[in-house]
Each structure stands twice: as structure tokens, then as C-alpha cells.
Design a protein around this ligand. Structure first.
Ligand SMILES: NC(=O)c1ccc[n+]([C@@H]2O[C@H](COP(=O)([O-])OP(=O)(O)OC[C@H]3O[C@@H](n4cnc5c(N)ncnc54)[C@H](OP(=O)(O)O)[C@@H]3O)[C@@H](O)[C@H]2O)c1
Length: 300
């Protein structure tokens, strides 16, 4: 089981919101904040938004070495600005991804597309470290499994090498919707996946079986499309009733429910008001019946 823990001594420098943000810990012993700021599609605003999110109290960022959707160097500038303003590097959880070639814009591949896969991973990790201005990544995710298990494992061995070299603290996988694929990776891996980052939506039954697999092994499940794919849940009677009872928005109730079940939502808001509202979810707790009502909408 991923464990909830309180944040350690990082509350004094940047306002009270962050000190109330709990963390979850993976089987790898790496702690991450219970909500993480997502940096996709922010383009030229990336650095300023990351800085703003960190000033508001976020302490985790998710990005990718994939110029098509992410400005990873902009994320690095946002991190540097926060560190310059007094946020200790150790208080930050910095997570990025290696994106296989089919997920890249052919005109902007951040590694040699002709290189063998393990070298692509090595080059991508080097680029991420440089873009982000850190000596070690807290999390490195495979953006999606490759077309064959052999190719996925070839990439994973390169991930393990980066971990062995001290460049990455923990490894994970994203867009992995088939339990048998995660299970095969888990079995074959020498460094086991510690994070699963998936689209959280009805088409996959909200990954109930995968989430159970993760919970049993201390793999943290991170959700994206959390709000955009779950409009019906946000409009539902259980969410509305809990929102009324706690004086919160439907979005806050939904995020709070997920975090109470150990799911880490990626939050890609560009609004400072939403950043603050989302960080404030740790100021209230849903009762068991409320939680069961909300989670019942998304597979339990
Ligand atoms: N691994 C992958 O393949 C993958 C794919 C997609 C995304 N991601 C990650 O997930 C992150 C989040 O993306 P997403 O698509 O999942 O975003 P999302 O959370 O589904 O959508 C955020 C949208 O909800 C709105 N919103 C309304 N109320 C909000 C509130 N209280 N808090 C936050 N947002 C609120 C936002 O508008 P405002 O801006 O006006 O608040 C924004 O338009 C990305 O940045 C990226 O890091 C990963």
C-alpha cells in the first residue's frame, strides 16, 4: 500500500498551504505530494505557471521530454525561480517521462531517432536533467509501453541503468491500460515500477483492477483527465451533496475523494484561484459514506 505521510519541515518558506499538503510514499521509499502540478500544453507560459504553482504551495511537478506537448526547459526555469526564492530542492518532487519515438513530433525529437532504443533513453534522460536543472530526477516514467514487451523491456533496462547511475530515484509507466502488461513489467523488472500514470475515465472502468494491483504493491496511481473526463461524476448527487455539506466546489470534493483513496491527481490548471482551491482540499475530509458515494461513481 502507498502510505500517507505528512510533509517534513517544508512549510515555513512559502506560506501555509504547502505545510498541509500530505505525501504518499511508494514502495521505493520515495515520497511525492498527494497532488502534483501538470505542465502539459502551457507552452510559453510554462515557466511562469510552474513558478506560480510552487508559490501557491504545489511541491510536485510532472513533465515530459516531449517538446510536442511540454516545455521541459520552461519547467526547469520555473523550478529554478522557486529554488532561488527559498524552496529547498529536497522539498520538490520532479517527475518527467521518456517518450518513445511515435509520441514525438518528428521535427523536434529530443534525442537521436536513429540511435538504438537504450541510447535514446540515455540521451532523453541527459536532456531532462539539463532542461530541469537537477542532478537527479525523482521520477522517470515510460510515457507508454512500446508495441512489444521485448521493446518495453529494452527501454526499461535503460531506465534501470539510469536508476543504477543515480540519475533517477524511481521509475514508472504511463498509458498502461492492460493489467497483464503492468504485471509482466513488474515480474521482469529488476527495479520495479513505482508509479502508474493513466487517464482516469469510464472507457477503462477507471482502472479498477490496475489500481488494486498498484495498491497491493505500493505503486502510486496518478490520474490525468481527472476533471475533463468525469463531468458526469462532478454533476452527480453524491458529489453535489458533499460539496454542499463541506462548503466546497464539486472539483474539490472529487479531488479530495481520490486523494483519500491514495490516488494522486495531476492538476494542470492555469488559474491561480483553482491552484489555491485544489491545495485547500487537505483542509477537509470526506466521511466514509460520502467517500463511498463519490468513489462508487468511478468504480470504487
Ligand atoms: N501521461 C500522459 O499521457 C498525460 C496525458 C495528459 C495529461 N497528462 C498530465 O496531466 C496533467 C493534467 O492534465 P489534464 O488533462 O488531466 O487536466 P484536467 O485536470 O483534466 O483538466 C484541467 C481543466 O479543468 C479545469 N478546471 C476547472 N476547475 C478546476 C479546478 N478546481 N482545478 C483544476 N482545474 C480545474 C481547468 O481549467 P483552468 O485552467 O481554468 O483551471 C482545465 O481546463 C498535464 O498537465 C500532464 O502533466 C499526462
Amino acid at each position: 500500500m502507498a502510505r500517507l505521510a505528512s510533509r517534513r519541515g517544508t512549510g515555513s518558506l512559502y506560506g501555509p498551504a504547502m505545510s498541509a499538503t500530505p505525501e504518499v510514499k511508494t514502495h521505493a521509499g520515495v515520497a511525492m505530494p498527494a497532488i502534483v502540478y501538470g505542465t502539459a500544453w502551457k507552452e510559453a507560459r510554462t515557466a511562469a505557471l510552474v513558478e506560480q504553482a510552487l508559490a501557491a504551495g504545489f511541491r510536485g511537478v510532472d513533465t515530459a521530454c516531449q517538446p510536442k506537448h511540454y516545455d521541459e526547459a520552461g519547467v526547469g526555469r520555473g523550478l529554478a525561480a522557486a529554488i532561488a526564492r527559498g524552496v529547498p530542492r529536497e522539498a520538490l518532487y520532479v517527475q518527467t517521462k521518456f517518450t518513445p519515438i511515435r509520441g514525438q513530433d518528428p521535427k523536434r525529437v529530443p534525442y537521436d531517432p536513429a540511435a538504438p532504443l537504450p541510447e535514446q533513453v540515455e540521451q532523453s534522460v541527459a536532456r531532462s536533467l539539463s532542461n530541469l536543472g537537477v542532478e537527479c530526477l525523482d521520477g522517470l516514467l515510460l510515457h507508454s509501453p512500446l508495441p512489444t514487451m521485448a521493446a518495453t523491456l529494452a527501454a526499461w533496462r535503460a531506465f534501470e541503468a539510469a536508476h543504477g547511475d543515480g540519475k533517477v530515484r524511481q521509475l514508472g509507466v504511463s498509458n498502461c491500460y492492460h493489467p497483464e502488461v503492468l504485471e509482466a513489467l513488474w515480474e521482469a523488472a529488476r527495479v520495479k515500477p513505482a508509479v502508474l500514470q493513466n487517464r482516469f475515465y469510464a472507457d477503462t472502468g477507471w482502472d479498477v483492477a490496475l489500481r488494486a494491483f498498484c495498491a497491493e504493491r505500493g505503486v502510486v496511481y496518478q490520474s490525468f483527465w481527472t476533471l475533463t473526463a468525469n463531468g458526469a461524476a462532478l454533476e452527480s448527487a453524491p458529489v453535489r451533496a458533499a460539496a454542499r455539506a463541506h462548503g466546497k466546489t464539486a472539483e474539490q470534493v472529487f479531488y479530495r475523494a481520490l486523494t483519500q483513496r491514495g490516488i494522486v491527481p495531476l492538476i494542470g490548471t492555469t488559474s491561480e484561484a483553482h491552484m489555491r482551491e485544489d491545495l485547500a482540499i487537505f483542509g477537509f475530509t470526506l466521511g466514509e459514506a460520502e467517500l463511498a458515494g463519490v468513489m462508487g461513481l468511478v468504480g470504487g
